[in-house]
Design a protein around this ligand. Sequence first.
Ligand SMILES: *[C@@H]1O[C@H](CO)[C@@H](O)[C@H](O)[C@H]1NC(C)=O
Ligand SMILES: *[C@@H]1O[C@H](CO)[C@@H](O)[C@H](O)[C@H]1NC(C)=O
Ligand SMILES: *[C@@H]1O[C@H](CO)[C@@H](O)[C@H](O)[C@H]1NC(C)=O
Ligand SMILES: *[C@@H]1O[C@H](CO)[C@@H](O)[C@H](O)[C@H]1NC(C)=O
Ligand SMILES: *[C@@H]1O[C@H](CO)[C@@H](O)[C@H](O)[C@H]1NC(C)=O
Ligand SMILES: *[C@@H]1O[C@H](CO)[C@@H](O)[C@H](O)[C@H]1NC(C)=O
Length: 407
Amino acid sequence: MQMALLQVFIILGAFLKLASGVAYNIKVQANSSFSCYTEIFKNDTIKPKAIKLFLGKHNLQVICHLYDTNKEDTKENRRKNLLLYTSAGLAPSIEIFNSTYSKVFYFKMTLGENVDSWSIDIPRANITYNTDIAPVEEWFVKFNMHHGLHMFTTEGTLLDILREPILQWVWKLGVPLLIDDTLPHLINTTVTKSPCASDAAIIGLIYDAKITGLGIIIGITENGFMTRNTMWYNMTDTICAVLEDDCSGLALVDLILINTRLIMLTTLGLFISEDLRYSTGQLLKFSKPTLCGFEMDDYFRARIWYNRQCLANRENYEVDYVGLSFNKEKTLSQIYVDDSPLAFPGQYLISSITAVLIGGIIFVAFILHVYEIQIGTLLKMKFRKNKVAPKSSITSASTISTETIEK
Ligand SMILES: *[C@@H]1O[C@H](CO)[C@@H](O)[C@H](O)[C@H]1NC(C)=O
Ligand SMILES: *[C@@H]1O[C@H](CO)[C@@H](O)[C@H](O)[C@H]1NC(C)=O
Ligand SMILES: *[C@@H]1O[C@H](CO)[C@@H](O)[C@H](O)[C@H]1NC(C)=O
Ligand SMILES: *[C@@H]1O[C@H](CO)[C@@H](O)[C@H](O)[C@H]1NC(C)=O
Ligand SMILES: *[C@@H]1O[C@H](CO)[C@@H](O)[C@H](O)[C@H]1NC(C)=O
Ligand SMILES: *[C@@H]1O[C@H](CO)[C@@H](O)[C@H](O)[C@H]1NC(C)=O
């Protein structure tokens, strides 16, 4: 019983950690709010309250009704609202926007036998022409009764499931499993969101170190763990395939989803996935960068450093950078795990310069951490001039540079 409660807390803890990063949630103005969902929820009696829409290959079909937060959300009340606003000549609008784009679509005026909701059917091409798999910002959506009046403004998200890199691997992450039997051994979880789309997230289960042989278990969601349909996978075999020796003692320490790769820190080392943009139809494969001289115990205490940034419409000098710090040895490895999008002669130079700069920032943050300097203290010191970035040699994609700080 106590164990079960702990699990609930852990899962809830993970969820809250995730939810706090989602900037937009339902805001209720006056006492009415929109409830909007896509076609698949049409027949469910309980409609999801948070608005999470998904754009697939075809049209975006959205159904909305108004409900009064003080009253029961019944078909009769919905119909009453529909009649009230339609007779006043009002219909809802949906605004779809991200940091570089905004467009408003209008719902049709509807009246008819048995109708209790407004609906709209937007062709995919009216929202985006692109269909390639790439990091792309998740859109926010804003529903209003009659655009411009800001009545009953209700917000939500719209995720492009056709383009989001990690979602192309939803069925190809490992061996599907049910986690129920493993839950008594669960001691912690780690959650990572796609840098561009907070609703696409991965949760890693961390088990009691005394219980061996459970392996690497992760779950994936496309709706920020709002529903119970998280899919769970056993990735042990995929990881073991990379290791030449036997893989006893393999356990998950942490995981990070960057723009184009999934990175897993395990007790047997760091594993970097292949580029998520190019689906192969086979299980997601990993490779292991060689970091000499570290053992299981070091990895167990290691920590991944990642500055989460969405690289949609990125410039050539923007790269993803991951740092790995080893507690015991006070050592930082900088791993540049990104391919530049365009091949032009200056590409390596520019991305190397940025890599060195970002590496430098991670390095400075690491130093601060090692010497337990608080950022607050630092700000009070009126930091005038940038610290010189440490030397670091990066050659090209997926090469490693290791720096050791002697204390
Ligand atoms: C909203 O509900 C509160 C009570 O819950 C009520 O006092 C208030 O008048 C309502 N406002 C509107 C605009 O209906
Ligand atoms: C909803 O129910 C109707 C009939 O009751 C059925 O024709 C329709 O296919 C169902 N829609 C979905 C999305 O399940
Ligand atoms: C989508 O675009 C087409 C062509 O521009 C337009 O005719 C149609 O009305 C648009 N649909 C919506 C729902 O805005
Ligand atoms: C915002 O959405 C538009 C329209 O779909 C898209 O073309 C653009 O790339 C998106 N911007 C970012 C930064 O993802
Ligand atoms: C769970 O993980 C978090 C973040 O890594 C850590 O701060 C916390 O101490 C861990 N809890 C347990 C019980 O190990
Ligand atoms: C995951 O797979 C490995 C290897 O096939 C197996 O040993 C382990 O028991 C599995 N984990 C669970 C929780 O079923």
